[in-house]
Design a protein around this ligand. Sequence first.
Ligand code: IDC
Length: 496
Amino acid sequence: MKINLKQTVLIIIVLLIIAGFGFLIYENKKNQEIEDVAIYSEIDETQISDDNSCVEEQLISAQILDEETWEENNVLNTKYKLEIINSSPDNIKNWEIQINLNADSRIASSWNGNFSIDNDVLKILPVDYNNEVNSGNKVEAGFILASNSKLDVENYKLFIDGEEYNKKYKKCAEDISNESDKEDEEMNQNTDNNDNTPVGIHGKLRVEGTDIVDKNGDKFLLKGVSTHGIYWFPQYVNIDTFRTLRDEFSANVIRLAMYTDSSAGYSTNIHKKVEEGVEYAKNLGMYVIIDWHILSDNNPNINKNAAISFFEEMSQKYKDYDNVIYEICNEPNGNVTWENDIKPYAEDLINVIRKNDSDSIIIVGTPNWSQNVDIVANNKIENQTNIMYALHFYADTHRDELRNKLKYALDNSLPVIVSEFGICDASGNGNVNIDEANKWIELLKQRNVSFVCWNLSNKSESSSILNSSTTSISNWSEDELSQCGKWLKSVLNSIN
Ligand code: IDC
């Protein structure tokens, strides 16, 4: 076979291309191998150093976490959580944190600590119940800083017994490998033993006739407290607060009031606060009401799309939780009717929730700030189970007329829950009317109607359960409770 010049050139080109590919593949392989060697030696190196050496660590430390920021009167407010963490073998007491501030900074609110500012240095000292931090434990405090600049959270000083603390401990390989087991153990200790809690004993609730019944079919009464708007008072969405309400007030339910109007702080960012609250309640074996708190947005249809996506998200997350109850519209008011506005909204929202969560209780608000349960009793939502209807009262404003609406509704087989009430007037302030409040409670007990008191905060108004001077968020003394708080504590404790 004779090969001409053209064919020779072609063969050379083909050979060159093949050689080129071969080279590329080779190069690539070489890189891979180098990379492999590099990864291998890295792992190897750390293994060698872990096996053979000990590390020195400061095992007592503080952590300052920036939890959220919002604007108020042109100043940024940031909520910080402080933890003093003792991973050392020693027990310590008399801790103190110092951290530099900018001159324009002010502590707007604080809890679980004594806070002072001295020459632009923020000093945080313990209160009696968190002064001691035993080996393996941590304590928590928190504060809201009004300041247009953020804290340099890494740059704090820790003092123990008045001395700046910088002791280091030696930790060797064995201790390090045991650490993860210890962490798991600690996590488990952090969730209370659930057997003796309200949810541990009563399990998933459902509605039978006009009653709430527990997992055994026995009549059950929810009794507890509603937060104020969680955007304004985030500090009370806290496991210690909820535990105090459970153990010292005998509350079995917390309502998380999430205002839904942007003027009241609503944005999807606040959902994570609700999630925190649900988890705290779950860990404590308490029931929790997720409240879509419409108010100035008077017609639930105004923010219906946001409500749909919120309850889609929540019901997906909590479909297997025994403690969650959904409240889909706090208080429709103004020119809004059951027939044309609330009922169609409720039917749609119930369908949204039921796609994920087939049986948890859903509370539906009723016309006229959740008062006209009589109208609803004549036109109930059909073909659904575990639906309750809200009746809200404020004892110094609403008396026999509203009590009669409640009786009418119950007599006409409408399951009603008082998912919010106050013992003052309907503004949330003014005179506290103990006589009328007690009349209401008598009726509620008699008819097994569950009730949740407004509100968990230290706002200076008579519906708050804390005095406005109370800065701690849990384990309140009697003096730290408002008149409403004292009344509520004794009422809840008087009911089994
Ligand atoms: C009140 C709060 C008050 C706040 C006001 C407007 O106590 O601090 O300024 O809301 O956001 C309701 C509502 C509830 C009201 C309460 C008292 O559900 O949000 O809280 N109330 O007015 N219905 C009837 C009374």
